[in-house]
Design a protein around this ligand. Sequence first.
Ligand SMILES: NC(=O)c1ccc[n+]([C@@H]2O[C@H](COP(=O)([O-])OP(=O)(O)OC[C@H]3O[C@@H](n4cnc5c(N)ncnc54)[C@H](OP(=O)(O)O)[C@@H]3O)[C@@H](O)[C@H]2O)c1
Length: 283
Amino acid sequence: MSSILVTGATGRVGREVVAALRRAGQPVRALSRRTETSALPGDVEVVAGDLETPESIEAAALGARAAFLLWTAPPVTAPDVIARLARCVERIVFLSAPHETPHPFFQQPNPLATMHAKLDRLVRDSGVAWTIVRPGMFAANTIDWWAPQIRAGDEVRWPYGDVETAPIDERDIGAVASRALVDDGHAGRDYVITGPASISHAEQVRTIGEVLGRRLRFHELTPDEFRRETAEQWPRAAVDMLLAAWGAAVGIPAYVTSTVADVTGTPARPFGEWARAHADAFR
Ligand SMILES: NC(=O)c1ccc[n+]([C@@H]2O[C@H](COP(=O)([O-])OP(=O)(O)OC[C@H]3O[C@@H](n4cnc5c(N)ncnc54)[C@H](OP(=O)(O)O)[C@@H]3O)[C@@H](O)[C@H]2O)c1
């Protein structure tokens, strides 16, 4: 059986795609720019490649039957990379975002959405079978956002405590992508996938606290305080993008789909289950 190429294989989603494919007994070829330090399981073939060098992606894809594509590079090489992938594989499963979803959270001006829209078109026009997977907020974002504060004390300083999102467990993204890569019936499908429930930022912090056996306090920041407090850590454009999305979602339940269950036969994992699996990241 020929392999399935997984790009972004050392990242949060790609590792879960690799894990789901291995569980399904599929041979995996994992792409990385730093093959020696990939820390992937021993039975995974790790190949070198960089999205900014299209020839390297074609070399990595030769002989593979399908590819999971996750874009984490400037978009300039995307047309060439996707054309070369399409010469090698029979199907592409692309990780995009829910930028077409008619919910205010996803409808704010957002440079990433513009890039994803362009990439979606390239994948749809590639000439091979395609599936687009569009996860909402990753649950793992909360590690970047809150783990440093939670490791340092009992208070999480953050804006929009009441705003609700439906964080998705990266294992569920991996499970959906794996089905689309392996099974029939997913060609031409466009899957918006979310966590199973709409829960507020404050509730997410409380859930992490319960898992850790600690009482965490949510300290509400205004958007301007948040901009000031993150000024030295995160790019201003990323902070403004998040604030716009949260600001538009005030008082509205998060967009929740049943697509994880529909595609995999297993309901999406609740945020508490994700937090238990990642508790060490907050300790
Ligand atoms: N965070 C969210 O809530 C959210 C929601 C929807 C969609 N998304 C999308 O999810 C994607 C990020 O996924 P992630 O969080 O799993 O990524 P991640 O954990 O940040 O990992 C990045 C991965 O990309 C690889 N990579 C980076 N630059 C590369 C390059 N030039 N060529 C080849 N590989 C490269 C890295 O591999 P090596 O370092 O090993 O080469 C690594 O495996 C983005 O496209 C983002 O827009 C995110």
